[in-house]
Write a protein that binds this ligand. Structure first.
Ligand SMILES: Cc1cc2nc3c(=O)[nH]c(=O)nc-3n(C[C@H](O)[C@H](O)[C@H](O)COP(=O)(O)OP(=O)(O)OC[C@H]3O[C@@H](n4cnc5c(N)ncnc54)[C@H](O)[C@@H]3O)c2cc1C
Length: 469
């Protein structure tokens, strides 16, 4: 590692790596360093597969390392500009769609499956939409390219090798501690940890792409360096798991049923997210020991269940404007009740006002795919407003997916999505600090693999455009 580069990218998630990749594709001559606090993709592995439970790796191998939260993710590329965050409101929906198609082409070049889920079935789709309308829900059309967890790792490994072979330096196991801002409000570099010492690396351009896990770190940077931002949204919800038979029709026709509703009495936005046919519910651990639930599916290994998230968006303004902290408290309380484990409860028990007991889970058709989830009472920790939104949304969704609101339907908690702290940027992805750009999920503008990758591609192009001026 040298002490000066033209471009320093913090975070080797999709946003960071597609910045470097697109710079190479556009013929850059600039030196590029990527700083990543996790490992190279080929060295990432989650011990849970061997020992059967989460051993709290620091940093977590599931969410850190080359390709970020994307490596072990389900690898579902959403090919619609209506899904994956608010980037289209910044750059324009049409341009966003063009860039999705271009970026999808890059994934194909690196070996993604050419098959796209969710196309065709016009009549069946119409009927599902009719039922959604009758239930007061909006159905969003979103074709999906499903990489699958194993394939996603192969594709990202190929990208990692391509970057290294083409001169991009990647420093793994290296954490960025801060950025350097000079008296002219220009970002001139970053401060990293090197064998216990703090080392400054100078850079002409700094790109922060630290993902969901780096959102609270970036929030601290914004406060310290007056980076213009606004409090964003957090999503609080549950991961729902049902038998595949219940979801069979929507799984076949849509692959992912993206439903949005505003249920009474609160009329907050509630949506489905990250649907995994034949998938597995999983646990993610944040650095502050917060255990949250997630889900993924493999291309070849299938379970008997489908899982998906139901999320309720929360915004705060005054006097309280710390959405991340709010969601963390909900998560901590839920973890406390589960003795550090994810809590699971049957939907019918929630309506009956009772906890679920472990032996009751075995009476159902649906068997939990997260075996170390603790049967209990999620309603003891979930705020009333969020819980009512979720209950009423599930009842409405039952009109689209009969059986969805069954007694045995499993609800896992806490499912938290931290998108907070939206960094204020213009179309050029420029912040109010010269030389500093913020991308991907940590910037608050994206929420998914494709949109984070697209933001990286746009960033890469902008940097090379400026280089060639
Ligand atoms: C289990 C799981 C399943 C998912 N499934 C899907 C899916 O199927 N489809 C989909 O579209 N999205 C999915 N997602 C979300 C998707 O992975 C993210 O939206 C996407 O990875 C965001 O990309 P990013 O580059 O912004 O950030 P990330 O992928 O989070 O990458 C950020 C990187 O920055 C590094 N970093 C953070 N702080 C520092 C620091 N201070 N110094 C150095 N490095 C740092 C991290 O180690 C990480 O590698 C899933 C997420 C998870 C966790």
């Amino acid at each position: 590692m040298k002490n000066r580069y033209d471009v320093v990218i913090v975070g080797a998630g999709p946003a960071g790596i597609f910045t470097a990749l697109e710079m190479l594709r556009q013929g850059t001559k600039q030196s590029i360093l990527i700083i990543e606090k996790g490992k190279a993709i080929e060295k990432r592995s989650c011990p849970k597969h061997k020992v059967g439970k989460c051993v709290n790796c620091k940093p977590c191998n599931i969410t850190t390392g080359f390709s970020g939260a994307g490596a072990f993710s389900d690898g579902k590329l959403s090919l619609s500009e209506e899904v994956g965050g608010d980037l289209p409101s910044l750059i324009g929906a049409e341009y966003a769609k063009t860039m999705i198609d271009y970026t999808d082409g890059i994934y194909l070049e690196f070996g993604a499956d050419p098959h796209v889920e969710g196309l065709g079935f016009t009549e069946e789709k119409k009927e599902i939409r009719r039922n959604a309308i009758a239930a007061g829900l909006k159905l969003v059309d979103c074709p999906i390219r499903h990489l699958g967890t194993e394939k996603a790792q192969e594709i990202y490994y190929a990208i990692e090798q391509y970057l290294i072979d083409n001169g991009v330096e990647i420093e793994f196991n290296r954490e960025c501690l801060n950025i350097v801002i000079d008296e002219n409000e220009t970002c001139t570099g970053v401060i990293v940890k090197d064998k216990g010492e703090e080392v400054v690396i100078d850079a002409g351009t700094v790109v922060i792409a630290t993902g969901r896990r780096g959102a609270d770190w970036l929030e601290k940077l914004c406060a310290e360096h007056n980076i213009a931002h606004q409090p964003g949204t957090v999503d609080i919800g549950v991961r729902v798991e049902v038998r595949n038979e219940i979801m069979e029709r929507v799984n076949n026709v849509l692959y992912e049923s993206k439903l949005i509703g505003y249920p009474a009495p609160f009329k907050n936005k509630v949506r489905t997210f990250c649907q995994n046919p034949g998938g597995f519910v999983s646990q993610e651990n944040y650095d502050n020991d917060l255990a949250v639930v997630n889900g993924h599916s493999y291309k070849d290994m299938k379970s008997d269940n489908t899982n998906l998230a139901i999320l309720v968006s929360h915004n705060f303004s005054t006097p309280f404007n710390q959405p991340i902290e709010y969601a963390q408290k909900v998560g901590e309380l839920t973890n406390m009740l589960g003795a550090g484990h994810i809590l699971v409860q049957r939907f019918g028990d929630i309506l009956d006002g009772k906890r679920t007991w472990p032996e009751e889970l075995s009476q159902s058709n649906v068997k939990p795919t997260l075996p170390d989830a603790e049967a209990g009472d999620i309603t003891a920790a979930m705020p009333y407003r969020a819980m009512m939104n979720i209950i009423n949304f599930i009842i409405a969704a039952d009109k689209v997916v009969p059986g969805f609101a069954s007694y045995e339907t499993l609800l896992y908690s806490p499912e938290l999505k931290f998108y907070s702290n939206r960094v204020k940027m213009d179309k050029e992805l420029t912040t109010n600090i010269k030389g500093l750009h913020c991308l991907g999920d940590s910037s608050g503008w994206t929420r998914g693999l494709m949109m984070a990758s697209v933001m990286g591609v746009i960033m890469g192009r902008k940097i090379v455009e400026n280089e060639q001026k």
